[in-house]
Design a protein around this ligand. Structure first.
Ligand code: BGC
Length: 711
């Protein structure tokens, strides 16, 4: 259907609808759907979480899963894992898997991706987001969105905006200056709009005092008028607190977690407000037009709408490909990695994350995975009958809950003594188990041919609704690691987490360290391929790993978690810009990631594109100088002339290349006007002529190539 035909059809439908029918399309009428208009053939709009796979089916009117065995799906790598691949093509392919599966499960809108910036290492949902860097986030999220929407499903980019913590997320006001918003917290949303995203979700929090769902500035002035968004704006589930303000702000659909659907602010109260003339019907009509337009875009009225499909073998392959590229080799001082499967006869696998599944945790990002290969199963499958693999948990995790004993206030002495004795015995038993697990692990670390520690966090620590109290590894893993490394410094240490953890207690004694993420159903298969050299690691850190929390911009210059308000006084100094500008060495810098081969960068050059003084193409040659094939993410950073309130350098481009030993490829980066612009409160984006140093390398701190552009 042509666009004008669609517009005509929309007007025709609108003219036949009653006020109640129009309003019914603008609010949840089931926990994950709006109301349709059956008499006019308008279906409800069906939503589902989330970023790591299509969430299990929920009852329509109460917060309970339907159960059954038919809604298992492909479990995808988290957005942080995708970001670590620095690979747009992979992000797009993973997006396609999500779109195809969402359609296969009968969904219209998939509530992903989350593009909030990783502001503090402690945010419980960091793993759902891409990075501390706006360009990496924007680029990968755009690719992901394009992939999703190829299947007649809408992506829903979330949470707009400045939703960077879970502490008091429902009410906290993020106090952020305009430049910081425009240069750090908004670019991924703006890029999503440019990539054609069909829906946007407003965040729970307030931004500079106003609830995001109520903000005319955010929804109408910036999102729609400035960026040209013509899709549907839907609230986070329970992020609306009134009828008039959000209706006038431009919000289209109110969703919530409660079942009193008729009482939602955008239900009966909206009907009343229109009837009383407090909200003009034309405002409501605009919302319905946008929702109908979305339905046409998704081919919801067409027989030819794509059907999608879930659990397809090619989806599992894509997940494996992405998971492999997500592992980041942080340290390999003694070249312990890759392990030689032919020489190893005994392997001790130690740690709380070795045999743990992560798919079901984290709340709205949880997935009912068709299967999940844990690291231990990946290693055992890889070595098959060729080596003996033994597993030692080494510590007590949350599955060993300590029994709590309470002494009633009216307990007599005998009862009190009995309870005290039981508590003492239980404590002793707990300590004994802990001691035994540790000793068994230490013993094994001394004798096995290869020792692989797989620890980190899980969704008990990283989850929606709460932040982590600190960066410390849970379950006393630090102590365990210190002891393991003391008896066997060749232990391979793998940390699986969605946020940076404090590695300072043991990092100096570890020679082989890898960062992994929540990488989907093939996380274990992928890890085994990386460990045994079937795949050469190519991931790069999407966040800085600071030495500790004190060394973050937020802690040093800003405020977190705040109270009713949280002031983002650190401005743009989040992540590596803070470390660079304030001379605070990170433990591992943003963008860092080693390989089993080596690369060199040469022959950097630049040229102006079509005579414009604002558009440049930068090229550089990269050669694989080692003897294994491998991939490298070449990163380009731009340094303007030094200004107090500006970062020294920021990422402006990246390209991932695959090279055989000895092979050279030329890669190019395009820099445009925005690269050389700064946001000014009074005049918007302003192009800044002057000298710019372009730096190219393989992390934010390993930048061997430099050249100056004078604009
Ligand atoms: C989360 C959203 C999610 C929604 C629906 C909210 O609590 O913040 O990310 O999409 O619930 O489950």
């Amino acid at each position: 259907m042509q666009y004008n035909e669609i517009d005509e059809k929309i007007e025709e439908l609108l003219s036949m609808m009653t006020l109640e029918e129009k309003v019914g399309m603008c609010h949840g009428n089931g926990l994950f759907r709006t109301g349709g208009v059956p008499r006019l053939g308008i279906p409800p709009l069906v939503f589902s979480d989330g970023p790591m796979g299509v969430r299990n089916e929920f009852a329509d009117d109460h917060w309970e899963t339907v159960g059954g065995n038919w809604d298992f799906v492909t479990y995808l790598p988290s957005c942080t894992a995708l970001a670590a691949t620095f690979n747009r093509t992979l992000a797009e392919r993973v997006g396609e898997v999500l779109g195809c599966e969402a359609r296969g499960r009968g969904k219209d809108v998939i509530l992903a991706p989350g593009v909030n910036i990783i502001r503090t290492p402690l945010c419980g949902r960091n793993y759902e987001y891409f990075s501390e860097d706006p360009v990496l986030t924007a680029e990968l999220a755009s690719a992901f969105i394009k992939g999703v929407q190829r299947f007649d499903v809408a992506a829903c980019v979330k949470h707009f905006a400045a939703n960077n913590q879970e502490t008091e997320r429902l009410s906290v006001s993020a106090e952020v200056d305009e430049r910081t918003l425009r240069e750090l917290y908004f670019p991924a949303f703006e890029a999503a709009v440019k990539a054609g995203v069909f829906t946007v979700m407003t965040a729970y929090n307030r931004l500079n005092g106003t609830f995001c769902s109520h903000s005319h500035k955010l929804i109408t002035e910036i999102l729609r008028n400035e960026w040209g968004f013509d899709g549907v704006v839907v609230s986070d589930w329970g992020a609306v607190h009134d009828t008039e303000a959000p209706a006038k702000a431009g919000l289209d659909i109110e969703m919530n977690v409660t079942s009193d659907f008729d009482d939602y602010f955008f239900a009966k109260p909206l009907i009343n407000a229109v009837q009383k003339g407090k909200i003009s019907e034309s405002i409501l009509n605009e919302k319905v037009r946008r929702i109908l337009k979305l339905m046409f875009r998704l081919n919801m009225f067409s027989k030819d709408r794509k059907r999608g499909g879930f659990n397809l073998p090619q989806h599992q392959q894509t997940v494996l490909d992405a998971a492999k590229e997500s592992f980041v080799l942080l340290k390999n001082d003694r070249e312990v990695l890759p392990l030689n499967a032919d020489k190893i006869k005994t392997v001790a696998v130690i740690g709380n994350n070795a045999d743990k599944k992560h798919s079901t945790g984290g709340d709205s990002a949880a997935v009912k995975a068709l299967y999940e290969v844990t690291p231990l199963s990946g290693i055992v499958m890889r070595l098959a009958g060729g080596a003996k693999v033994s597993y030692y948990p080494g510590c007590l995790d949350e599955t060993y809950s300590k029994h709590e004993f309470h002494i009633p206030s009216n307990a007599d002495e005998k009862t009190r003594a009995e309870i005290e004795e039981k508590a003492r015995a239980a404590n002793e038993e707990y300590r004994n188990i802990e001691l035994r697990l540790t000793e068994e692990a230490i013993q094994a670390a001394q004798t096995a041919d290869a020792v692989i520690f797989i620890g980190g966090t899980g969704h008990e620590q990283e989850s929606e609704g709460r932040d982590r109290p600190d960066m410390t590894l849970p379950y006393k893993q630090d102590k365990l690691l210190e002891r393991i490394l003391a008896v066997n410094p060749n232990t391979v240490v793998i940390i699986i987490s969605g946020s940076p953890v404090d590695m300072s207690p043991w990092i100096d004694n570890a020679h082989t360290v890898m960062q992994g993420f929540f990488s989907g159903m093939h996380s274990g298969t992928a890890l085994a391929e990386v460990l045994f050299g079937d795949y050469n690691p190519s991931g790069h850190l999407p966040f800085t790993i600071p030495l500790n929390e004190e060394d973050t911009g937020v802690k040093a210059l800003g405020e977190y978690p705040g109270g009713e308000k949280v002031c983002y006084t650190e401005g743009l100094f989040v992540g590596y810009p803070y470390h660079d500008a304030f001379n605070v060495p990170p433990l591992f810098p943003f963008g860092h990631g080693l390989s089993y081969t080596t690369f060199s960068l040469t022959k950097a050059a630049y040229r102006q594109i079509s005579g414009s003084c604002k558009d440049y193409e930068i090229s550089v040659d990269i050669t694989n100088t080692g003897n294994r094939s491998g991939a490298q993410s070449v990163q380009l950073y731009v340094e303007p002339e030094k200004k107090e309130a500006s970062p020294i350098r920021t990422l402006k481009g990246f390209q991932k290349v695959y090279l055989n030993p000895g092979e050279t490829k030329t890669i190019t980066f395009k820099l445009d006007e925005r690269t050389f612009s700064e946001f000014c409160i009074n005049s918007g984006w302003v192009f800044n002529p002057g000298n710019y140093t372009i730096k190219i390398g393989t992390s934010s701190r390993d930048l061997p190539i430099a050249m100056t552009l004078t604009l």
